[in-house]
Design a protein around this ligand. Sequence first.
Ligand code: ARG
Length: 459
Amino acid sequence: MSKMWSGRFSANASSLLDEFNASIMYDRELYIEDIEGSLAHASMLAKQAILTTEELKDIINGLNTVKQEIEEGTFEWNIADEDLHMGIEKRLTALIGDAGKKLHTGRSRNDQVAVDFRRWTLKKNLQIVDALKNLMHEVLVVASKHTETLIPGMTHLQHAQPTNFGFHLGAYLAMFKRDIARFEDSYKRNNISPLGCAALAGTPHNLDRDMTATLLGFDSVSTNCLDTVSDRDFALEILFNISTMMMHISRLSEELVMWSSYEFGFVELSDEYSTGSSIMPQKKNPDVPELLRGKTGRVYGSLMGLLTVMKGLPLAYNKDTQEDKEGVFDAVKTAEISLEILAEAIKTMDVKADNMEAACAVGHLAATDLADYLVEKCNIPFREAHFITGHAVAKSEELNIDLSSIDFSELKKIDARINEDVMEFLVLRNSMNARKSAGGTATIRTIEQLKFFKDFLKG
Ligand code: ARG
């Protein structure tokens, strides 16, 4: 079969080459962007009198037919056409004749693929932002109900200080908000048109690059064509942004896995989003958060893959670059389904507030409060206060109780400067509410934080 580029060749390409060289099996994902790019390019060529009005009309009709054929599933994707650009152009020419052959004037597949893939990626940045906002909304609904639910705050996975569950979820809201900023920022930075750069050096044809940029929704045209046709930063950025977002999702997933164990018992995932075991009838497994954790690794793989493809490529376009798409498609698909299912899992999970509060009764969560009391009320330097509190913790361990339930008399024996008002400091809820510094866990501060995220979502 003869290729569009076969003018200088005397033998046909081997079918093995076709199979190895082609991207048409997967780059068809870009068909809308490809057709829109061609429509914009053709309109501009007509305005510049490079195409006649008649030719433009034929191209528009032909491309609309191609689009319809693709959407109806009758379009023939042929591996010998190599990629969607040539597949579509070949079909267009078959449909409308000579006008189809003029469409590629002043254009190369190098700027064409850069336009298509960039616009597809830009669109996905915005769709992921919407899905992230939906996830934030579901997290906010749960968080708002639990601004007074005590939960052990941990460092090193050891009980540290009492916090509330709304505050804990607020940490993830902060992460997702940063993720949104990254996707939006990447959108703005990369919303620049490659069209008209042609193969690498621009073109002698009298193109109006501003016009195609505007038609395609770009903010401006790129500055240096050599860079433009080889630039895949937009693809790397979405991979990095998805990787970071998945890292956040993975951390939350890890907590959901722990929290749904018998040992924690802080949440129970709904039946709809849990799975069973083929052998152990009693099992209810948290496959959803486990898979979210696992899929994070797969997304990192795509990021590392493309970074490695791009390193060491001489300017400008090289065929290596064709390896840019599948990892991005896969990562975006993973991001989309992950965001959707995590939002559903959170929306439908049962929060076991009693178990969270009960877990606060061990681990001497009020120890810092005792030290703070000694500093504030007894004017004891913090290092010494820390030491005295250590004695009180040791005493509690000896008595097999939590520091929050120690008797005042025991404390008095440890240090005579301690007075009865210390007992208020050891109440766990007071301890949580004492942390009123900006961004702290106190319920009033948590409510403020959640309002900040709600306002952000309202825009
Ligand atoms: N299928 C190619 C890609 O995805 C399109 C660009 C090909 N350009 C070329 N000069 N071979 O990168």
